[in-house]
Design a protein around this ligand. Sequence first.
Ligand code: ZN
Length: 88
Amino acid sequence: MLRIECPNCGPRDHDEFRYGGDASVVRPVHDDADFEAWYRYVFVRENPAGPHREYWQHVMGCRQWLVVGRDTRNHEIAAVRSAREPRA
Ligand SMILES: [Zn+2]
């Protein structure tokens, strides 16, 4: 069982959250005509064994989107921040 430290609600079981995908993917600018950039943004994902940044939404709580730093090998969570905060 994962315990995610929501910045608004405190520590909660991961059952209260919905996984939202890879938070390391950067969306191309709106008028970018590069097909390859859009293809990578929509379809190509890394599958790392180790630290990974992920979006999670606290659907059973404050409904805020979070960026969670989780190690995919042992599910250890290193950091949680609001997705509204600028990228580090
Ligand atoms: Zn919350």
